[in-house]
Each structure stands twice: as structure tokens, then as C-alpha cells.
Design a protein around this ligand. Sequence first.
Ligand code: ZN
Length: 396
Amino acid sequence: MARYLTLFGAALLAALTSVEGVAGQGGGGRGGAVPVAPGGECPPGTTLVRVGQCQAPGFPPPSIVDYRPQSLLKVEEHPVPRAKFPVVDIHSHTGPTPQNIDQLIKEMDALNIRVLNNLSGGFGPELKQRVDYIRSTKYANRFTLFANGLNRFRDVEPGYGKQAAAQLEQDVKNGAIGFKIFKETGMDTLKKDGTRLTINDPELAPIWETAGRLNIPVIVHTAEPQAFFDPLDMHNERWLELALFPDRRQYLNKNVSFNLLMSERDDLFKKHPKTRFISAHFGWHGHDLGRAGRLLDEHPNVTLELAAILYDLGRQPRTAHDFFVKYQDRILFGKDTYAPSEFPYYWRVLETRDEYFDYYRDYHAYWQLYGMQLPDAVLRKVYQDNALRITPGLPR
Ligand SMILES: [Zn+2]
């Protein structure tokens, strides 16, 4: 018997607990138990029911799309419709038009958003037109914009950098208060010679030097969430998102890896220490705050901006809290997509100690969020003060 147990212990244990499971739940799981080595993975269609034991559900399981369990947890809830302190949204793509300006102001006032900074300012006459419109309204101190690269960095060839730097200087004269590098730049955009334009290409150096001299920040969006570069299999935590949106799957087949893009970006930060860079989306290190901290430690000219990574902060509220306290002078508020109904989730994660509440998009995060309960002094810096210091052109 002892030998039998040694050889078939796992299977026997599985059989015994399977019987117990059937008795306890009155039915399912008759498919039988499948043993699995410690630390091993259950075969497809089965799930771990006991240590060393996998089992298939007793009836066809719902798909990942349809499974929406309702939490029975009852805890205090403290929704935050309005931020506790005035906010600068440094990462927006929304700007005012005669059609939307009154509505925007109404929404921003309700949310306590003081300034909406449009990163899609364009360049040249298009940019000037946008600034001129803002200045013609009675809300000139509520909207700002960043300039973008000349010709969107297409067909870069020798001489481009100087020309683009001159364009930036003109755009700043016309009212731009910063510069935005979109994610295509450094990843997809090709130079005139057909090679990939890397973000640290020396040809672009005059732009960053000019930004430093003009005392404006450069916000850099490099790469995408790390999961977008990982295999699209049942281990990818963004599987649903990747399955929903073809444009987010494109990175899977690219020759550039996440870490190659990160190293090119960090090289840019290092080569231009006198230029202030804002690394958008927490540099895509929201899930690895140790790495985010090293980025800040190694590059004093860099700050982080937290747009579209709330799901990463909200799943590690204590680590994120400590990170925000430690780097309280290095983090800016940003949201990216302007959606009045979504901002309150940010306020709630940053301000409260609420537990286990929904995020606003199922496909980003199948997990729940927790509040970080940041101290007021830190909140003020993240919401507004850091943005004002990093971006001198913001209305005071
Ligand atoms: Zn954006």
C-alpha cells in the first residue's frame, strides 16, 4: 500500500478529493481529476481544484467575454466625482472648438480640471490657428497645447533635425508650451533611406536641444504596454484587449522588442540631460515600479505621467502609495482619452482607501482596483504643482 501511494499518490489524492467535491456540490466535475506536478500547469479545459489536481467543469464554461461574476463583497464605497485639488491634465488630445467649449468647461469645472493640455497641437499654421482660437475665447487660461514634429517625422534625412528645431521654435513663439513625440516615432516611422527612425537618432538631436534651450518639456510616448509585445496566448494578461483591437496586435510581429524601444528611449534621456522629458504612461513601467524608480534615479531630467495605467496602480495600492510618496516631485497627472465619466476612477484610486472596486474597462483589467489614499501634499503635487514646475508655459 505504501508503494502504491508513493507511485500513485497524486492520482489517488485527486480521486478522493474529486469524490468529496462531487458530494459537496451535488453534481459537476464527473469528468475526473487530472494530476499535475507541483508548479505545473493544468491541461487546457481544466483548472486547479486542489494542489496537484486539475479538473474540467461539469458543464461547458462561459467564454472570457461572458463571465461577469457579481461580487458579493460589501464594503464602504467613496466615489469621488470631483478631484480634491485642482488638476492639470497634461496628457489630453482634446482641445476646444466653438461647438464644444462651453460643454468642456462645464465638465472640467465639475471634475475640478483646471487645465486641459492637448498634445495633438500639430505644427505650423494649424497649431497657430488652434492657439489663436483658444486666446480668442474667455477661457484662454484653461486650454494649452504641445507642438508635434515637423511632417510627423516622416522621411527624415540629413538636415531634418535643424529644420524641425526651427519649426519648434516658431511653434513655441506661436504659443505651444511643450513638444509631444507620438508612439509611431521610434517604432514605425521610416527615414528616407527606408530604415526605422530610432528615437535617439542623432539627426533629431537639434529638436531636443532646442526644447531644452526654450525651457519646454518633451513628452515621449515610446512603445506600448509590455503585454502587447508578448505572445498572444492564454498567459497574456491583455489577451482580451489584443483579441478585440487589431491595431494593438500589430506589435506581435514586429522586429522591435519592448526592451529595445526602452533602451533607445533611455539613451535619448541620457544624451540630453538639459532637456526635461515626461515619460508618458509611466514609461509603461506601471506594472514594475522598481524599474520605474530606477528610470527616475538614473535620469534626473525625467518625470512620469500616469495616463492609461490606472489598472496597474490600483492593483498594487500599497506599493504604488509608497512609490508616489518617494517620487512625489516626479509624477504628473494625465488621462489621455478625455471621458468625463472616467476621471472619477482616477480620483478614487489616488485619493481613497476603497477596496475591490470596478475599473471602467473590462478588457484592460479583469481585476478590481484599490485606493492608494495619497496624502494631500502628494496629491497637490501630482495633480498640479509638478506640471506647473515642469511646464513653465502653463497658465499660473
Ligand atoms: Zn495620448
